[in-house]
Design a protein around this ligand. Structure first.
Ligand code: SIN
Length: 487
């Protein structure tokens, strides 16, 4: 049940589609119920867009592109700066809405809001630093001038696990670069994005630059926009199978794509590691966002001499976490996003158990309402257990053992995914060798957190294409025009 504070926060969330600078009901007047994963109760009903609404949003983005693309960079940056300040002023309200729709504890929600805001600030600062170059051609007979231009209208499909931060990681650089956009948030967690659209409006973003369509039918609404030919870029954060399908749709019109997809991050602990630091890092790499992150540690690979101690200490820390409704005081772990996701997680645990894994803590689905799952540590994992190959996306830590650097690297790379990895060792040469040999886009070296708005987030292999964050994340929204000058 929602209390007065929660009802007030929900009352401040717009419930319409944001298209061309105005809020409107869905053309069909259909409504999309948004549920609280900790109770299963409906929090609020919002507009459920149809394909016609999606097309209206693309029309608005296309219409706004020309003037937005030539809006002075300082103006674009100032809008982002004001939006950063507004988000931070309203952090409590935004965090509460985020917790209600997604389930994570309030402290984590505040962390996500600050993370989301930092993308807005960082790219606001970058807007005025977009530039090209001027070079004398090698034979001296001409000049080479390059200029950066916005790629054009973009389509963004954002996930439920970081409902605001994964949006601002796309919206921030797109605004800074001078692109317009249609944003389609996840149907489970659209509320934070609607609030953000209202903040952008309040901070002076011109009509049509950022359009938000909420829908229960992402495929039907987004596929026509991807195939339409007027959008020039698609950025998606989500699963690898969906990313592959979207990339196929985008291929027809040769849209530029950024795909931030699934992971299977190894967390490698060598015998010489500082075990206190490794356990601390493991808690962050596994339990940040309750394990519902593509960069969460998925497999703990621990060198045999320290494996039992590491697993025991990790299990002790995991068992001490308090599971409950994210709005309650003292809660560390909220619910899983929905029932199918919890079933999937539990299926992986049962499969590992059926192949001989022992459970050091957790492993059972609790009774009662909400989609809660206990922090779980498994060891003695069969190499063919599904949990070794599949992304858990939840609070479950399987501990496997290895002997020596070569085996660690072989096990770590034995996956089609290549997003993140974590390495704990005190030996610099071993750290560098492991880092160079790991087939991933990001490595946490003696550190359980890689995410940073100023750094390029992204993967290799089946984990995706492109980078988000940092200067690389801005380049994704810019195209280079080259001018050959006769002298
Ligand atoms: C993700 O889970 O998609 C990204 C998480 C992050 O930015 O840390």
């Amino acid at each position: 049940m929602t209390n007065k504070l929660e009802t007030t926060a929900l009352g401040g969330v717009p419930t319409g589609l944001y298209i061309g600078g105005s809020w409107r009901a869905a053309e069909s007047e259909r409504l999309l119920p948004v549920e609280d994963p900790s109770t299963g109760n409906v929090l609020v009903e919002i507009a459920d867009a149809s394909p016609a609404d999606g097309m209206a949003a693309l029309d608005a983005a296309v219409e706004a592109q020309e003037s937005w693309g030539v809006t002075p960079p300082r103006e674009r940056g100032e809008i982002l700066r004001r939006a950063f300040e507004t988000i931070m002023e309203r952090i409590d309200e935004l965090a509460l809405v985020l917790t209600l729709e997604m389930g994570k504890p309030l402290g984590e929600s505040r962390g996500e809001i600050a993370y989301a805001a930092e993308f807005v600030r960082w790219y606001g600062e970058e807007a005025v630093r977009i530039n090209g170059r001027y070079t004398v051609s090698p034979n001296g007979s001409g000049r080479i001038l390059t200029m950066k231009e916005p790629v054009g209208p973009c389509l963004f499909i954002t996930p439920w696990n970081f409902p605001l931060a994964m949006g601002t990681r796309k919206i921030g650089p797109a605004i800074a670069a001078g692109c317009t956009m249609v944003v389609k948030p996840a149907k489970q967690t659209p509320l934070s994005m609607l609030l953000f659209a209202a903040i952008l409006e309040e901070c002076g973003l011109p009509p049509g630059v950022c359009n938000v369509v909420t829908t229960s039918n992402s495929g039907a609404v987004m596929e026509p926009l991807i195939r339409d030919g007027r959008a020039r870029k698609l950025s998606f954060t989500g699963s690898t199978p969906v990313g592959r399908k979207l990339a196929e749709q985008a291929a027809g019109g040769l849209l530029r794509t950024s795909m931030e997809l699934g992971g299977n991050a190894p967390f490698v602990v060598f015998a010489d590691a500082d075990l206190d630091a490794a356990v601390e890092g493991a808690m962050i790499a596994k339990m940040r966002n309750m394990g519902e992150s593509c960069v969460a540690a998925n497999r703990f690979l621990v060198e045999t001499p320290v494996a039992a101690e590491f697993a025991g200490r990790l299990a002790e820390r995991m068992a001490a976490l308090v599971v409950g409704r994210g709005t309650e005081e003292g809660v560390d772990v909220g619910p899983i996003i929905d029932s199918p996701s919890r079933e999937f997680i539990h299926g992986l645990v049962q499969d590992a158990r059926s192949r001989g894994a022992s459970v050091l803590t957790g492993g059972d689905v609790p009774e009662g309402p909400g989609w809660f799952y206990p922090p779980t540590v498994l060891c003695e994992i069969h190499p063919e257990a599904r949990i070794v190959d599949e992304e858990v996306f939840g609070p479950v830590a399987p501990v496997l053992t290895f002997d020596g650097l070569d085996e660690a690297v072989a096990m770590a790379n034995d996956t089609p995914f290549g997003l993140g990895a974590y390495v704990y060792t005190r030996d610099l040469a071993r750290a560098l060798s492991a880092t160079e040999r790991l087939e991933v886009g990001m490595v946490g070296l003696n550190r359980g957190l890689v995410s940073n708005p100023a750094a390029p987030f992204g993967g290799v292999k089946q984990s995706g294409l492109g980078r988000e964050g940092g200067p690389e994340g801005l380049e994704e929204y810019l195209t280079t025009k080259y001018v050959a000058i006769e002298v």
